[in-house]
Design a protein around this ligand. Structure first.
Ligand SMILES: Nc1ncnc2c1ncn2[C@@H]1O[C@H](COP(=O)(O)OP(=O)(O)O)[C@@H](O)[C@H]1O
Ligand SMILES: [Mg+2]
Length: 405
């Protein structure tokens, strides 16, 4: 154990510790203790898994009646399910997707996702304010779409990697060198094929490109690459995220990007890759003031990118009000203010602040994973209702883009 005296230096020969040493020391003790803590909390062999769904949940997901789901389960060999001790039928997401395939043979509407000629949609969830609800919105949108049968890729560009943790990969322990998108967008010859970086998750239909601190390297490398005019092979920084995603085009319907809380090269490259942008806004005066800076700076930087040849065409852009509290007067004023300024660019539905969301988050779950029986019913129902309303509005936007094709 390192003592305080050993760090600060004591006695006549003492010297002032330099900040790098102290921070370095704190990093190493924290890392060691975290490892211990995680091993205690989550056994190394414990893997996340997705719960099963009741017939009424399945009915809601498919847009049919509960009795029709039970009829299919008993009458159709192609439809499998399990029976609980009390006689209830439950379905895994694979089994739900099996029902979609089965019904889709006669009614293609049961198979969502894009058709030939529809483009892959890349949705960047962004705002440089930490805590504005980016990760919560991104992960719930990704899971909502996967539950409805879309092929979804979650792309974690935040070095803090909370989305990866939610999807079962601890950034510090489970994600090694060159295993984030950095591996595919780096400028040197260590760059690898993005297809090797994509991971399956425990959530059927939802794949992940995880993040960790390594992503930060892109912010350091890019100015060097830009200065190195001799190099012709380094590509334009703002094309790099999009070029990597293009390699995966055939495999997905929607890519959801959780952007870092900074306005750096990664965020700019993600915005160039995006076909749509979702800006999360926590309706508080300070947050709105910083959003003002965010919008002005983003616009300035993007206009430079556009002059350099970046493609900034997009299908839609929306603001999402997050952690909304219906009884909070000042919040209501800010929401009204946003709506009067931005009109239809503010989503009608808002994500309510709910202990169901934050409590589920403590065990790295979304409310879609958590299940109704684990929570106070009313709290859970209200949270799911709000989250579903937001995501169904987003789904409509996504579908409207495709139906234009
Ligand atoms: N609707 C919500 N209700 C309650 N807590 C929320 C809600 N949305 C987010 N939070 C909590 O707020 C914090 C910040 O949200 P997060 O999505 O991580 O923001 P960001 O990714 O922008 O930093 C997290 O601790 C999260 O659990
Ligand atoms: Mg986040």
């Amino acid at each position: 154990m390192v003592t305080k005296g050993a760090i600060a230096g004591e006695g006549p020969k003492s010297r002032t510790a330099s900040i790098d040493e102290t921070i370095g020391h704190d990093a190493s003790i924290l890392s060691a203790q975290l490892q211990v803590l995680f091993e205690r909390l989550f056994s190394p062999h414990a893997k996340k898994s997705l719960r099963r769904f009741t017939s009424s949940e399945v009915a809601k997901l498919l847009g049919v009646t509960d009795s029709y789901v039970r009829h299919l389960a008993t009458q159709e060999d192609a439809v499998t399910s399990e029976k609980t001790a009390n006689g209830r039928r439950t379905f895994s997401l694979e089994e739900i997707n099996g029902i979609r395939q089965h019904l889709g043979r006669t009614k293609p509407a049961y198979l969502p996702g894009r058709r030939e000629g529809d483009h892959l949609q890349v949705i960047a969830v962004t705002n440089f304010k930490g805590g504005s609800g980016k990760t919560t919105s991104a992960i719930h949108m990704a899971q909502y779409l996967a539950l409805r049968g879309y092929r979804v890729l979650a792309l974690d560009l935040d070095p803090q990697a909370s989305m990866s943790a939610m999807l079962g990969f601890q950034p510090e322990f489970d994600v090694g060198d060159n295993q984030t998108l950095y591996g595919a967008i780096r400028y040197d010859d260590e760059a690898r094929d993005v297809r090797e970086i994509v991971r399956k998750t425990y959530f059927p239909g939802l794949d992940l490109i995880p993040g960790n601190l390594e992503l930060h390297e892109f912010e350091h490398d890019t100015p060097r690459a830009l200065a190195d005019s001799e190099r012709t092979d380094n590509g334009l920084f703002f094309m790099r995220v999009g070029n990597a995603i293009a390699q995966l085009e055939a495999d997905y319907d929607v890519v959801v990007i959780d952007c870092p809380p900074t306005l750096g090269f990664l965020t700019l490259s993600a915005l160039c890759a995006a076909t749509s942008v979702l800006i999360t806004v926590h309706p508080q005066m300070l947050d709105i003031a910083s959003m003002n800076q965010f919008l002005a700076m983003t616009s300035d930087l993007l206009s430079v990118v556009k002059e350099a040849g970046g493609n900034l065409d997009y299908d839609w852009m929306r603001y999402l009000v997050t952690r909304h509290e219906a009884n909070d007067g000042p919040q209501a004023q800010i929401v009204a203010f946003l709506r009067s300024l931005f009109g239809e660019r503010v989503l009608t539905s808002m994500m309510v602040k709910s202990t169901a969301v934050s409590d589920a988050g403590l065990s790295k779950q979304t409310i879609y994973e958590a299940g109704r029986e684990t929570m106070h019913r009313q709290t859970y129902d209200r949270a799911v209702e709000s989250m579903d309303a937001v995501n169904s509005e987003l789904e409509q936007l996504i579908r409207s883009v495709w139906s234009k094709a």
